[in-house]
Every structure is written in C-alpha cells, then in structure tokens.
Design a protein around this ligand. Sequence first.
Ligand SMILES: *[C@@H]1O[C@H](CO)[C@@H](O)[C@H](O)[C@H]1NC(C)=O
Ligand SMILES: *[C@@H]1O[C@H](CO)[C@@H](O)[C@H](O)[C@H]1NC(C)=O
Ligand SMILES: *[C@@H]1O[C@H](CO)[C@@H](O)[C@H](O)[C@H]1NC(C)=O
Ligand SMILES: *[C@@H]1O[C@H](CO)[C@@H](O)[C@H](O)[C@H]1NC(C)=O
Length: 557
Amino acid sequence: MGSRWQWMMILINFLLIGATILMVEPMVAMDGVPLGTNSRWIVNQNGQRVKLACVNWVSHLDAVVAEGLSKKPVNEISKEIKSMGFNCVRLTWPTLLTTDDNISNLKVRQSLENHGLRNFIDGFQSNNPTILDLSLIQAFQAVVKSLENNDVMVILDNHITKPGWCCSNTDGDGFFGDQYFDPNLWVTGLTKMATLFKGVPNVVGMSLRNELRGPKQNENDWYRYMVQGAEAVHAANPDVLVIFSGLNFAINLSFIFKRPLNLSFKEKLVFEAHRYSFTDGQAWANENPNKVCRQVTQNLKDTSGYLVDQGYPLIMSEFGGDLRGTNVNDNRYLNCFIAYAAELDLDWALWTLQGSYYIRQGDVEHEEVYGLLNLNWTQVRNIGFLHRITSLQLPFQGPGIIQGEPYKLIFHPLTGLCVIGEFSEKQPLKLGQCFSSDGWHYTPQNILLRKGTNECIKVVSEGKPATLSTSCSGDDSKWDMISDSKLHLSSKTYMGSNVCLDVDGNNNIVTNACKCLSQDKSCDPANQWFKIIDSGKRSIQSSSTLSRTYMKPLIST
Ligand SMILES: *[C@@H]1O[C@H](CO)[C@@H](O)[C@H](O)[C@H]1NC(C)=O
Ligand SMILES: *[C@@H]1O[C@H](CO)[C@@H](O)[C@H](O)[C@H]1NC(C)=O
Ligand SMILES: *[C@@H]1O[C@H](CO)[C@@H](O)[C@H](O)[C@H]1NC(C)=O
Ligand SMILES: *[C@@H]1O[C@H](CO)[C@@H](O)[C@H](O)[C@H]1NC(C)=O
C-alpha cells in the first residue's frame, strides 16, 4: 500500500508540474474553436476574445495555387506567418475551384504548364514535391493543413468566380447577375467549400464574397443573395463565422443600420471592410494629412466602423501599402489608418503576404510591393513595418482580456509604440512596447495621469523632453487633442506658447512647435500623432511567438 501511495503522489506531482508548465505556455491560437461572437467581439468557446490578426495569402490567380510554393516549403511559410505574430490567414479562392471539375481535378503541375509557368516547376519540385502532383483542390487543402499544423487559423475568402487578378468595375465578375457571376453557381461553390472544411478546426470563418462592385450593384440584391449564401454556408458548416462585405469594393456597409440582416443563425455574423490609400485617389499626398485623416476616419466610421457600436464584429480584411516606404500617399494613409484600427481595436487582415506571384495580369513573377515578404520570399521586405503592426496583433480590449481597472494607452501610430512613464530621472517618458505600459488616465481636466500615481505629463519647454510631475494644476500639464485629425496632443509652456507632444530620434518624448496643423500640404505631422486608446492590464501578451520576433527580427534565408 505504502509504495503504491508513493507512486500515486509522484504521479500527482508530475501532473501538477505538467499543468504549471502548460499554464505558462503562450496561448494557442486555435484553443477554444469554433469561434463565435459576443456583441462586437469574436470570442472562443471560453467566452474570451480572439482578435483575428490575419495576413492575406493569395490562391485565386490564374494557376489557382497558393503563391510562393515554388520558393519555399509550405511548412516554412506557415511557420513564418506564425512567427511574424499573425494568428490567421485570409486565404483566397475562386468559385470555379469548387464548381468546375476541370479546375478542381487539374494537377498543380499541369496548371502551371497550362499558364506557361514551366519555369516554376523545378522550384516547386524541390520545395513542395508532395504538392506538385496533387490536384488544385487537394493542394488548397494541403495549404490549410500546413497552417493548422502551425496553429494558424484560416478565413476562406471567396474572392472572384474565374481565376485571375481582381477587381475592376468592368470585369463582369463584380455583382450578382454579372456575366461571370451566377448567384446559383456561387451558392453551390460556397456550399462545396464549407462542406469540404467541415470539422477542420483551424478554418474559423468564411468570407462570402470579396469586393462586390460594378454597375449592377444594389442594396436589394445584396440582401437577397448574401442571405442565401450565408444560409448555405451555415447549413453546410455551422462552425464557421459567416463574414459579409458591403458594396463599392467592400467599403460601403452603411445600409445595415436601417435594415438589419435577418438570418436563421446567431452569434456567427461578422462584417468585413476594405480600405486603401487609393480609395481616396491622391488626396493623402496632395492635401493636408490632418484634414484628410479627419475626413477618411469619419467616412470609415459612417460606412463600416459604426457597426461595432451596433454590436457587430468588424474585420478590416484588406488594408496595406507599398512596403518599400516610398509612396507618400500610402505612408500618410497608413499613419491615420493604424490610429483608427487601434482606437476601435478592430480585427484585421493585412494585404498581403506574398512577395511575388507566379503570374499576375500576364506578368510572370510579378513583384508584390505590398507583400510582407520580398520577391524571392527569402526576407521580410520591411522589418520596421512588421514591428509597427505588432501592437495591433494583440487585443487592447475585450471579454476575458482585461484584468482590473481599464485605463488608457497613449499610442503612437507612426511607430506602433506607446508612451511609457518613468525610464529615468532625466528622461522619464519614452516610447516602448504598448504591453509594457502601466497605463494612463485622461482626466476631465485633460490631465494625463500615470495610472496608480499622482504624476502627470508636463511641458518643460519647447524642444525639451516632457517630464512627469506631481504639480499638475497649470496649463503646462493640460493636453488637448487638436487639429482636424485630433491626433495632436497640445499643451502650453509656462510662457504660454503652444507646443505638441513629439518624439526625438532616441524615442524620448519631447515637446515641439505643433507641425502642419492645417493648410500645409507638403509637411507630414505623423511624428506628432498620438491616439489615446482604451485598454487595460491584458492577460494575453503572447498569443504568438511575436515577442521573440520583436527581439530577434525574422530574417530567414
Ligand atoms: C471540362 O473539359 C471538358 C473537355 O475539354 C469539356 O468538354 C467540358 O465542357 C469542361 N467543363 C467545364 C465545366 O468547363
Ligand atoms: C452606400 O450604399 C447605399 C446603398 O446603395 C447608398 O445609398 C449610399 O449612398 C452609399 N454610401 C456611400 C458613402 O457610398
Ligand atoms: C426573417 O425571416 C424569417 C424566415 O424567412 C421570417 O419568418 C421573418 O418574418 C423575417 N423577419 C423579418 C423581421 O423580416
Ligand atoms: C531572386 O532569385 C533569383 C533567381 O533565383 C536571383 O537571380 C535573384 O538574384 C534573387 N533576387 C534577390 C533580391 O534575392
């Protein structure tokens, strides 16, 4: 008996140690699937918020195979997605992949050959030999499986009917009833895809259709067909979130407000919207960024952002820009968009992963300058941009996420960092990782108080570091949100001149003359842009390997 008891104790100890080890492991993205919704939040089975931080990965172009498989083993690509901090991929597919046997049953090798892409076959053979002789539909499944093996969730996005680059107003594939957009075929395609991935745990959502558009688009047909598509998906696979995009290239969902959807299912309905700089032409480059940011933010709220206040989750399922960093229009738009995405704490999918395409619009090995990876898929194109979106990959708010009192973060969209208090006596305020901020309170008197202290942010003088002080009654410790964008935090020196919070070259928080508040079109105020956002002590600080990514930038060769 005695020795059996001893063994039992050893076993119990072993189990306890095991449990402790498990508790300190980073959260597994796929824990608690299938996902559902609770008001505006996407949640897991434990009711805890799951913030979808996705990257788009294209599989809908001419050859209908996920891009990059001639460059790298699929498992390495999946691992990199995970190590870059994404917990999810928006994987695109054309309807004909499931409705046309000549496409679904075609071998990858043959599909490449048919499109004159023989040059990619050697690379494919050495990197993904087991996929090359699969059919296109099996290859698609193999990519999803590889993502599952690496704990990456998937949204299946019905992108277009016929394989090929998307989207224009005149491509005949933009709205129900267009030449290539038969609603019945679409419902059949969605049903087949939903059925194929029934029970596959990492497939957490299906996006009904990408960027509806064109002369035929109208609200009535949108309701009629989108409800049909949604009900078909739900009937075939009740475990997936059903994701609706609006009119005008997935910009316009403004009509949901007056006419809610009537669906047979609950807690699975999610909306998605897209936004790029070019949605507003060259406005960002040609006009004052504070003014354009105000207009675009208002437009985003009116056309889709308002939905979160109505109790619906919203995924910004395409946004991005030229990651070479040379496009002024894109750069200015991203500064504003990142502030908006942080403020609303939206789920999102960056456009895009692929650094190149096998073929796009007739151009073989077309480079994708919006791609996180470079032309050869060997390196991250812009590691600074990746660091910048790191803070958006984690939830700032949501059920099961915040422990204790909520507080504010002072977020700097240009860097993706937050204002952190008390680094040293001399330089008490710096930019740092948002998750290491103790948090702030923004009082009704516009004082920025460091949480748990009576210290506030105070002006010393123009051109000098701002400081933390316990004497917080003067105008030099009141911070107003000014300019059209309301993204400048402005205060006064003791002499009464206006200054704005700013950042110097060493990430110290300083105060400088306020920049390009209005009129000026040539200057870029983004270094002075801060957004005070809602957050709190977060229980999730490592839903991925991203902190490791941050310390050791991923450059794979
Ligand atoms: C598939 O290919 C066969 C033989 O070329 C052709 O007869 C048939 O119409 C094709 N099916 C579709 C759906 O295009
Ligand atoms: C959005 O679409 C509705 C319905 O078609 C239309 O009435 C409205 O003007 C559009 N709004 C915007 C901002 O495009
Ligand atoms: C919603 O749809 C159901 C089933 O089609 C119908 O019975 C019901 O009247 C509809 N409700 C509204 C508010 O339209
Ligand atoms: C990409 O790969 C091609 C062919 O393998 C090579 O010639 C080229 O130098 C590579 N480019 C870069 C930027 O690595």
